[in-house]
Design a protein around this ligand. Structure first.
Ligand SMILES: [Zn+2]
Length: 359
């Protein structure tokens, strides 16, 4: 008996030594190679090229669904409005998403379809409306501006420290008046903190009116004035994504055109995307899908109590039952990999310089 154990142990040790040596040799080889290769070549050496067999095994589908989640402030007790989220539930949302291979991407990467998540993972986008201090605010500690403990950004930062490959980004849709994210720091310092730390700022209109009730002049003022105000604080920042207050859009096509572009006080503005407050389309498609409407874009309320399953957890449960609905990445942001049966759903005008692979 003892003999057998020794033999097993000995083999194990030899194996371990061999693996370690091999790794060292490989590393040294790579080091030498890297000094010879150009930067571009060495990065492509690291990138694993997937085969069609890999796509099948991972069920890669880069036309599958990408959840865009909408939050409106965190509370500790039961929320006074259906839009608010309990802190514990928010933390649980993040943990579930991480454990189930969802990874955060920025709004910019979502709108331009420049998606870089690990192979086999599904991108997810976080949005926060109304400039709530429980989503993001600062306090002064030892003369320094730091995050208010347990605001959503603080929670995201801490989650990212423990799970660095989850990603760390979200977009904050704000209103005007420079009163957003109430707390320490000037308005400029608050906005700058977000942008400097990988978060984005979007337009939730200047005074949160129902856009269906406004004429062309007032509509452009509501959108353009917010952009001007942000640019007073952050002159080089581009605000070009919008969320409709109450999820309500202007009524006519003529007025809807002012969502995309218009001008206020002699300054032009552009929005590349505008979101409603619910899954106005039954599917949470990527922007390169033929059926995606950039100005009627869907979001999922960060909640779990919608009777029709039209909120975050309604969709997460649906994806658990039908994982084939999810966008599954091939891990390479330079390609769009889609199964044959999705081919007709690709919007050709949005492919740009990406390589399309159909399998
Ligand atoms: Zn709002």
């Amino acid at each position: 008996m003892k003999k057998i154990i020794y033999v097993v142990l000995f083999t194990f040790v030899i194996c371990l030594a061999a693996c370690t040596n091999n790794e060292t040799v490989k590393k040294n080889m790579n080091d030498t190679k890297n000094t010879i290769d150009t930067e571009k070549e060495s990065s492509s050496n690291i990138k694993k090229v997937l085969t069609k067999e890999d796509y099948k095994n991972l069920k890669v589908n880069e036309l599958g669904e990408i959840p865009v989640i909408m939050y409106h402030g965190l509370v500790d007790e039961n929320p006074p409005t259906p839009y608010q989220r309990r802190r514990e539930d928010f933390k649980n949302d993040l943990q579930y998403l991480y454990d189930n291979k969802y990874r955060l991407i920025s709004m910019k990467d979502f709108t331009t379809h420049n998606i870089s998540v690990e192979a086999g993972c599904t991108p997810v986008v976080l949005t926060f409306d109304d400039g709530e201090p429980t989503d993001f605010s600062l306090i002064k500690k030892d003369g320094k501006l730091v995050l208010t403990p347990d605001c959503a950004v603080d929670i995201l930062e801490k989650f990212n420290e423990e799970h660095p490959n989850f990603g760390k980004t979200a977009t904050f849709y704000i209103n005007g008046g420079k009163s957003q994210f109430e707390g320490a720091g000037t308005y400029a310092e608050r906005l700058k903190y977000l942008v400097d730390n990988g978060y984005e700022i979007g337009n939730h209109t200047y005074s949160h009116k129902e856009l269906s009730k406004l004429d062309a002049t007032k509509l452009q003022e509501e959108i353009g004035k917010l952009v001007l105000e942000v640019n007073e604080e952050l002159p080089n920042y581009t605000v070009d994504t919008l969320t409709y207050p109450f999820g309500i859009r202007p009524k006519t096509d003529e007025l809807k055109a002012f969502i995309k572009e218009g001008s206020y006080s002699g300054k032009k503005y552009t929005n590349v995307i505008a979101f409603r407050e619910g899954p106005s389309m039954p599917k949470m498609l990527p922007t390169i899908h033929k059926s995606y409407d950039m100005y009627n874009a869907p979001r999922l309320r960060g909640a779990s109590n919608d009777k029709n399953g039209a909120d975050l957890w309604g969709y997460l449960k649906k994806y658990r039952k039908k994982p084939e609905l999810r966008y599954i990445s091939d891990g390479d942001d330079s390609t769009i990999v889609i199964p044959k049966n999705e081919e007709q759903n690709l919007a050709e005008n949005k492919i740009k310089d990406k390589k399309v692979i159909i399998y």
